[in-house]
Write a protein that binds this ligand. Structure first.
Ligand SMILES: Nc1ncnc2c1ncn2[C@@H]1O[C@H](COP(=O)(O)OP(=O)(O)O)[C@@H](O)[C@H]1O
Ligand SMILES: C[C@@](O)(CCOP(=O)(O)OP(=O)(O)O)CC(=O)O
Length: 204
């Protein structure tokens, strides 16, 4: 790993910034990447982590339930989006900075980018290391996973901010009839393995 970055993290060798619609499988895919690489090599960063923590604290809510995938989070989602947007307007890198604190692994996987400002923050801090990955699934598949259209959420920037204007480095199709995830993830895993081995060489 390279030398400390000065804001509580070490400089990463590779930053994979994931985005995708609700229930496209961002958590599923990023968890699989971490399992393949191991948690010593790969750290998962959730931009929504510090957002939920702060929101729960200010509103006297149950953080564990906001972090879970049940109906509690959905009850507060629209208001959390609005609350987070107010914070981002004042400081677009606010949640990115908090999410990167204390991350020590050489490969970072950001599981939930939603806005151009999220991508811009990582690209500007780590221009050589950042790669953007889109996870996509059909609406039919997302519905089978429990998604249904919610006005104020699915038509808001939180879900649509990266629908256009982004050149993704990788697109993963997370569907039953697509090539297997392992096959699609292979080049990304290879890149991550190369990055982490160069970090262990630079450490030794
Ligand atoms: N390839 C897959 N095979 C089986 N289940 C999947 C797959 N992708 C996603 N899922 C399931 O679909 C649901 C939504 O996936 P999740 O990763 O939480 O989506 P997101 O983080 O994009 O909202 C979860 O229950 C997850 O386990
Ligand atoms: C207010 C949010 O941060 C809530 C995100 O929660 P999750 O990241 O848990 O969401 P999904 O994986 O899509 O279900 C969205 C935002 O606009 O920042």
């Amino acid at each position: 790993m390279a030398s400390p970055g000065g804001w509580g993290f070490s400089v990463p060798e590779l930053v994979l910034v994931f985005s995708g619609k609700r229930k496209s499988g961002k958590d599923f895919v990023t968890d699989r990447i971490q399992r393949r690489l191991g948690s010593e090599v790969c750290g998962i960063l959730r931009l929504s982590g510090p957002l939920k923590q702060q929101y729960a604290q200010e509103h006297g809510l149950d953080l564990d339930q906001l972090l879970g995938s049940g109906p509690y989070k959905e009850r507060y989602r629209a208001d959390m989006i609005h609350w987070g947007e107010t914070r981002r307007l004042q400081d677009p890198g606010f949640f990115c900075r908090l999410a990167t604190r204390g991350i020590r692994q050489p490969v970072w996987v950001v599981s939930d980018a939603r806005r151009l400002s999220d991508l811009q923050w990582f690209r500007s801090k780590f221009p050589l290391q950042t790669q953007c990955v889109r996870v996509q699934s059909s609406e039919e598949t997302r519905m089978q996973r429990g998604w249904s259209f919610t006005a104020g959420v699915d038509d808001a920037e939180s879900e649509c901010g990266l629908d256009s204007g982004v050149q993704f480095d990788w697109i993963i199709t997370n569907e039953g009839d697509a090539p297997s995830l392992d096959e699609q993830l292979q080049p990304i895993l290879k890149l991550a393995e190369e990055a982490s081995s160069s970090s262990s060489i630079s450490r030794s």
